[in-house]
Each structure stands twice: as C-alpha cells, then as structure tokens.
Write a protein that binds this ligand. Sequence first.
Ligand code: ITT
Length: 203
Amino acid sequence: MDILIATRNKGKIREISEILDLPETRFIGLDSFPDCPDAEENGRTFDDNALIKASQAAYYSGLWAMADDSGLLIDALSGQPGILSARFAGPDADYRDNWMKVLELMQGIPAGKRTARFVCVMCLVGNNNRAFFTRGEIEGTITAEPRGDSGFGYDPIFIPAGSDRTFAEMDPAEKNQISHRALALKKMQHLINGLVPSGLPKT
Ligand code: ITT
C-alpha cells in the first residue's frame, strides 16, 4: 500500500523512508500531488501542526497520510525556535539563515548553558479519519560554529548528548539510530504493527 508522507521536505522524506520498515509499503511525498495546497501550520503545538498536515493530506489524496512536525528547542532562548524552526529567520529563510540566527543570538553564552533538544511528533491519519500520534526527543548542545555537511536544517549546530560530533558530521545511518525522528518512527512502527498485525489495508 501507499502512505503519503505529508511534506515536501526532502530531508524528512529520506530519513522517514530509511527508518520505517513496513513490508509492502511505498512512501510517497507530496511532490506526487503538486496541486495539493500547502497546509496552514497555525497550530500552537507540534501535535496541532502534525495533525493539520496529516489530515489535510489524507483528505486530499484519499490515502493514509503521515506527517512530521519537528523543531529545535533551545533553553537559553526560552525554547525558541520551537514550532517556528522552519521559518525562524523569516518566511523565506533557508537552513543557513536559520542556524546563523541561532548562533548570533547565542554569542557569548557559555558551553554549559547551550543545552537544547530536538522534538519530533509523527501523526498518522488512516481511514475513518482516526489519528495516531508518537513523539521522540533527543537532548544535546548547540555548537559555537557550524560543523559538517550531512543531514539538513539545524544539523550542523547540534551535538547529541554523549557524542562529540554534530548530526551533520555523522553518517545518515548513525543519526537515524538516535534522532528524535527515529524515536518517534520506531514508536509509530510499533503502533502500526499492533494496530493492524497483518499489515495496513491495501488501497
Ligand atoms: P513540512 O512542514 O513540509 O513537514 P518543514 O521543514 O516546514 O516541512 P516543520 O514545520 O516540521 O517542517 O519544521 C521543522 C524544522 O525543524 C525543519 O525545517 C528544520 O529546520 C528543523 N528540523 C527538524 N528536524 C530536524 C533534523 O532532524 N535536523 C535538523 N533540523 C531539523
């Protein structure tokens, strides 16, 4: 069967398809539905926005749809950028603009106070419009300079706890073992297996 991943973010689609192991399931991205309008992410929480994205994609396509809403919460910035992570430096900001803004705001903050966490909420909307949520978090710290070219988003400035390398300095497989997205997806996989032990219905 097909599951529509309700995003045009290629970094997310790549990670989700590498991590989830659902036999006979094909993951397709919103790029296969060019006319599907972009969901308005006007919720107040990651859960709100994940539900908005997944339910709009399921409604539009008639498929089961899964959305990821995620972001970086930095203690010294009172939890910013949080749910605004994708557009922290403005509506047209790219990844570099966003992490540059974080590094600027954090200039002079000492190493011990640079704690942060990535959060990921996955929402799966199936037939009957039932919605299922899972959540993953990973603690870490923010570097003073960007390091590495792998991954996407804030990966060059985030060092997961227990490592001395940023996510962007890791192989994708290594990030995919421990990331917030991996944790949320492992729970989602468990949930799907329990929900429909014989696999998701064919569509
Ligand atoms: P969709 O809404 O289409 O899913 P998006 O990129 O706009 O794509 P979000 O609204 O969930 O997604 O914003 C998440 C942002 O948080 C994302 O753009 C990155 O900047 C950041 N982010 C999330 N997960 C990340 C990860 O694994 N590594 C680095 N940055 C991440």
